[in-house]
Design a protein around this ligand. Structure first.
Ligand code: FAD
Length: 384
């Protein structure tokens, strides 16, 4: 007999990409859903802080969006990238298709995707979104959570199921770390990343838009993804000590002249000289843990369970797929959390660990071999 879902209260902690989508998944299944997000509502915020400006959305992410009726809308707001475009040092550009003709990944705007998913979650009558609620602590025995608000007040909430979607530095995961037989590892890579904007030229994209542009330079790498406003977001990846060696605008130009000369006129000398110093290089971490659940009370999904380095373009996509897999197991096991949660860990941990390994592998691959024959062969099965 199917266990009733409508009286069970599911609390999703974190209203980022995976949390917002997950709220939709649980709402579709009839649970009473509440989402708690530490930031203010990004739909009303003037400046949206956070990581990368745009992201590559691929098949597994699209499948998840489809299940909540959001695929067409998000795809219509994205820019298809059919191939990678490899920029050699001498300025030569060589395309490498992602797959067969007609296959592509999409460049989507992170903030817009997050806003659309929150708006979708709000359309369910059985879902309530709470912003400016930062999880401070929670108890595995009771499911009781304590949230803090920016005015200093605190609120306590109980849940039947807590879904930790609060990102790589998850507050939910802290309770897991106190428990016996919980495996956890985190690795910071020596590279950081920095985002630079390539503006349109005469109102048009400065480079061909339907490509993910890559400048592989062994130790360094730059990629660029197109945006709807005809800009490109360029992301420069390099070791932190190299970022720190560059201390003046002229040194930035010298560095670009040496490694990315074709990008200088497109980004602009003045913009390069100033934008490079706007923010320091940002760190990238890979986190693996197991299991993803505590009894029938709590489950981790998205970056809270598996933060991966961004070189496989699969962090969000894998997090979206978590929602599909959990939903399938809920169906198979009649919404019985005591059976669903261990089964979810059993099925999902190996797959998410594999994505983390592939991403780490591509970290070396994209910089070093992206223009070798072997890379071109492998790229027919890979993603980024
Ligand atoms: P997050 O996006 O981190 O969201 C977590 C949310 O929880 C946030 O809104 C945060 O405010 C909230 N929160 C945190 N703590 C609390 C608390 N205590 N209480 C309440 N709320 C809390 N992935 C791809 O698939 N394709 C790409 O092309 C891609 N490119 C990337 C490029 C870069 C440079 C980086 C760094 C990552 C990239 N990723 C990409 C990975 C992707 O960004 C993440 O996998 C994705 O954001 C994970 O979503 P999430 O919802 O799990 O976590």
């Amino acid at each position: 007999m199917e266990k009733s879902t409508d009286k069970k209260k599911v609390i999703v902690v974190g209203g980022g990409l995976v949390g917002a989508l997950n709220a939709c998944f649980f709402a579709e299944r009839g649970f009473n859903v509440e989402l708690f997000e530490s930031r203010e509502d990004i739909r009303r915020a003037e400046v949206v802080k956070g990581r990368s400006i745009n992201l590559a959305l691929s098949h597994r992410g699209r499948q998840a969006l489809k299940q909540v009726g959001m695929e067409d809308k998000i795809v219509s707001q994205g820019i298809p990238m059919n191939s990678r475009m490899i920029h050699s040092l001498n300025g030569k550009q060589s395309p490498i298709p992602y797959g067969k003709k007609g296959q592509f990944i999409l460049s989507v705007d992170r903030a817009n995707l997050n806003k659309e998913l929150l708006t979708k979650a709000e359309t369910y009558p059985n879902t309530k979104l709470n912003f400016d609620h930062k999880l401070l602590d929670w108890r595995a025995e009771t499911g009781r959570m304590t949230f803090a608000r920016s005015d200093g007040s605190k609120e306590q909430i109980n849940a039947d199921l807590i879904v930790g979607c609060d990102g790589a530095f998850s507050a939910i995961r802290k309770q897991f770390l106190r428990r016996s037989r919980f495996d956890y590892s985190q690795t910071y890579i020596p590279h950081g990343y920095m985002e630079l904007t390539m503006p349109p030229i005469d109102g048009e994209f400065a480079m061909k838009p339907n490509y993910l542009h890559i400048w592989p330079r062994n130790t360094f790498m730059m990629i660029a993804l197109p945006n709807l406003d005809k800009t490109f977001t360029c992301t420069l990846f390099m070791p932190f000590d190299e970022f720190e060696k560059i201390t003046t605008g002229d040194e930035v130009i010298d560095f670009f002249q040496k490694y990315f000369p074709d990008a200088i006129p497109l980004i602009g000398v003045d913009a390069l000289k100033t934008d490079y110093f706007r923010l320091p290089g940002q760190a990238m971490v890979s986190i693996k843990c197991s299991p993803y659940h505590i009894e029938d009370k709590c489950v981790l999904m998205g970056d809270a369970a598996h933060a991966v380095v961004p070189f496989y373009g699969q962090g969000m996509n894998a997090g979206f797929e978590d929602c599909i897999v959990f939903g399938e197991i809920l169906d198979q096991l009649n919404n019985d959390f005591s059976a669903v949660l261990p089964e979810y860990s059993r099925v999902r941990v190996p797959d998410d660990h594999a994505i983390a390994d592939l991403a780490m592998y591509n970290y070396i691959e994209m910089r070093a071999h992206v223009n070798s024959k072997w890379f071109i062969f492998r790229k027919h099965v890979d993603n980024f």
